[in-house]
Design a protein around this ligand. Structure first.
Ligand SMILES: [Mn+2]
Length: 379
């Protein structure tokens, strides 16, 4: 890769890393509030500002403003941010992409100037229109570095190849690497990535918390915001005190908050999670609320909520979605996010980034603005 930015981070600074905002401007602003972001902090936006969410243009403009206002804000490119390259290079496949994507920064821009793609519109014409109105944003996106190299950390959107010199990682690989944590690298420093939702790594627990692998010197932070129905926008917070960095995290999501009215003790038999792409199941023993199934790919035995699997046309059984198969214990007074209250006997909740089931009837609304019921399956 050619675009590598060197960065000096003072030893006593706080570093905040956020990736995969995907057009979710409000969640991003809430997250900056929640971490109490101020001008002394180093803020690294680790790629994928655009696409999938509804306000990519808003996120790009806001981050451009932040970067102009605060010298310690730094941004890397994600695979979704390189869409402007397809525009500038007049990639003919871009037309189909724009016609099939509900949310894209290029469609947002076309809407703003009132341009509708017609049958004989060419990519060249779209390029001409958009570069005329949005050259500042396009050029900003085009110049984003692929990686930021600090003394103790490398920030890159998706991953590094395991090479003697990590800088020889192909740029495309650096922004599209799948499941980086299952690989190794040779960079010597901690590599911080987004791109691959961390929940994909977990078979024992359905969790969107950042994963820190000290042995491999890897930190994965993508909370699956927008990509996963139960996802969240994570902020990794590195406090550099006394030369020993302490790492914490927090997050925002768009689920309503509820207060727990009485304790619930999880049934320890109900653990594990179904995550992409291991959706095929063999039911073993049906129950009133949960059915014991074998997950074909992993041969794990899991209790799957009855509403969350179906029989396909091929006669096989599949999970409808990523779903937790775990019950989690909660205590009176806990504040949790409600994800799905449309199932029998149990509600699906999130507590500290972990998804699980609790018995029905023990939640009281904590946020009066969200009283409608929630269902993951109907969204
Ligand atoms: Mn990505």
């Amino acid at each position: 890769m050619d675009k590598i930015k060197k960065l000096f981070i003072p030893e006593n600074a706080r570093v905040i890393v956020i990736s995969d905002i995907h057009g979710e401007l409000e969640l991003f602003k809430q997250l900056l509030d929640k971490v109490d972001f101020d001008s002394g902090d180093y803020l690294i936006i680790n790629g994928d500002l655009c696409e999938k969410g509804s306000n990519s243009d808003g996120v790009v403009r806001f981050v451009m403003e932040l970067e102009a206002q605060y010298p310690n804000v730094h941004v890397t490119e994600g695979n979704c941010d390189t869409l402007v390259e397809d525009l500038v290079e007049e990639n003919p496949e871009l037309l189909r992409y724009l016609q099939t994507r509900q949310h894209s920064i290029l469609n947002e821009w076309l809407d703003k100037i009132g341009f509708v793609i017609g049958e004989d519109t060419s990519v060249g014409e779209i390029k001409e229109r958009l570069t005329c109105h949005f050259s500042k944003e396009i050029n900003w996106l085009l110049q984003l570095p692929t990686a930021i190299e600090a003394d103790d950390y490398i920030f890159v959107h998706a991953g590094l190849e395991d090479r003697v010199d990590w800088k020889e990682t192909e740029r495309l690989k650096a922004i599209t690497f799948r499941s980086f944590l299952h690989h190794t690298h040779n960079a010597g420093e901690h590599v911080i990535v987004g791109h691959w939702p961390v929940v994909n790594y977990s078979s024992d627990i359905s969790s969107h918390k950042p994963i820190i692998d000290e042995g491999k010197k890897m930190i994965a932070i993508d909370g699956g915001n927008i990509i996963k129905k139960t996802g969240q926008l994570n902020a990794l917070i590195i406090d550099r005190l006394n030369k020993k960095d302490s790492i914490a995290y927090t997050y925002t999501d768009s689920f309503p908050q509820f207060e727990v009215l009485e304790d619930f003790h999880a049934d320890a038999q109900l653990t594990g999670a179904i995550s992409y792409p291991s959706y095929e199941l063999v039911p073993i023993k049906a129950g009133q609320h949960f059915t014991l199934c074998e997950q074909v790919e992993t041969i794990n035995k899991l209790y799957v909520k009855n509403e969350y699997f179906y029989q396909g046309e091929d006669g096989s059984t599949y999970a409808k979605n990523d779903v937790s198969c775990a019950q989690i214990s909660v205590e009176k007074g806990d504040i949790v996010s409600l994800i799905d209250d449309n199932c029998s006997g149990y509600d699906l909740i999130k507590k500290n980034g972990v998804i699980g089931w609790i018995g029905k009837g023990i939640l009281a609304s904590h946020d009066s603005s969200h009283k409608k019921s929630n269902s993951l399956l109907n969204k």
